[in-house]
Design a protein around this ligand. Sequence first.
Ligand SMILES: Cc1cc2nc3c(=O)[nH]c(=O)nc-3n(C[C@H](O)[C@H](O)[C@H](O)COP(=O)(O)O)c2cc1C
Length: 364
Amino acid sequence: MIGLFDRLARPLLGLLDAEDAHRLAVRGLRLVPRGPAPLDDARLSVRVFGLNFPNPVGMAAGFDKHGEAPDALLRLGFGFVEVGTVTPRPQPGNPRPRLFRLPADEGVINRLGFNSEGARAVLARLAARAGAGGLVGVNVGANKNSQDRIADYVSLIETFAPVASYFTLNISSPNTPGLRDLQQGRLFDELLARVVDARARASRQAGLTPLLIKIAPDLTLSELDDVVGAARRRRVDGMIVGNTTVTRPPNLADAKTARESGGLSGRPLFALSTRMLAETYVRAEGAFPLVGTGGIDSGRTALAKIRAGASLVQLYSSLVFRGLGLVGEIKAELVQALAAGRHAGLPELVGVDAATMTAESWPR
Ligand SMILES: Cc1cc2nc3c(=O)[nH]c(=O)nc-3n(C[C@H](O)[C@H](O)[C@H](O)COP(=O)(O)O)c2cc1C
């Protein structure tokens, strides 16, 4: 099924406008046959945030923003799916075009700006699948015109606690003006305090839902010190490193498209995001696990994230260029790497390269 989809549909999707192709791909997932998700090699299972992941390869936020296809994605072999970003009220996002491919670089630039069907619509879909099993996280964000952005996160925690396997606070999208300020100092601490409180209140019905923070790869190292310090003090459960970058590495082949404003993802993000992951790992000192995201397009790059400090990984952009078969390829390569090194499981490899990586010169 995956092979057929990749061979027939992908070349056609590549001819369409990037956003139309994405809509069609999400709709096309309705065709994925029902039935249980494939069983993974037991060596790929990981227990993180108190949850049992059958494999560490997740669908990153932004692909299924409205919760339309989490079960199809799980059946295609993802170990977990992150739905969202969801905002409290529906909003259209930025004007089109707002999504661009950089084929020669295998990169993507987006400035979608949190187009969201809103909490009510997404909650209805997730409630309808309650009990279906599988790990589905909910990534939450503030409305663009919100008067109290922190209150938006609080309300989303309250709304989604009964249906979310975990929460991600997205405070790192570059496409909502001012959103990234929530990563700074007092504001970040106030956000954490109010959200942790909301989660405790919601836990009376739903149990304590793990809370992750998704950060930008563009933080300075001193900003990262503060973010990790506050997250440790407030006892968050994990961090995702990270979101798209507003920087543009030199020598991008698709130089004209690279000038579009927005967040860059995919292969050109790999070096920066992996370095930031290692920097986060050495600062977290094991206080919480990390999710590595940014430019994963093979088993080799997934393994590099794990060795830099990731307990789990997520991907999105490479699927545009490599197709859905990539998920199975990555899992098979991870099993091979474990067998070759005689490792019982992936936790043995988490962070083994972090110290050496952080001593290298800064990637360009
Ligand atoms: C088209 C597009 C939309 C995205 N939307 C979101 C989003 O709504 N929320 C979020 O936290 N991250 C979003 N992301 C960021 C991804 O989740 C991921 O962090 C980033 O793309 C790096 O991974 P990748 O290189 O594998 O794509 C989006 C990325 C892309 C390409």
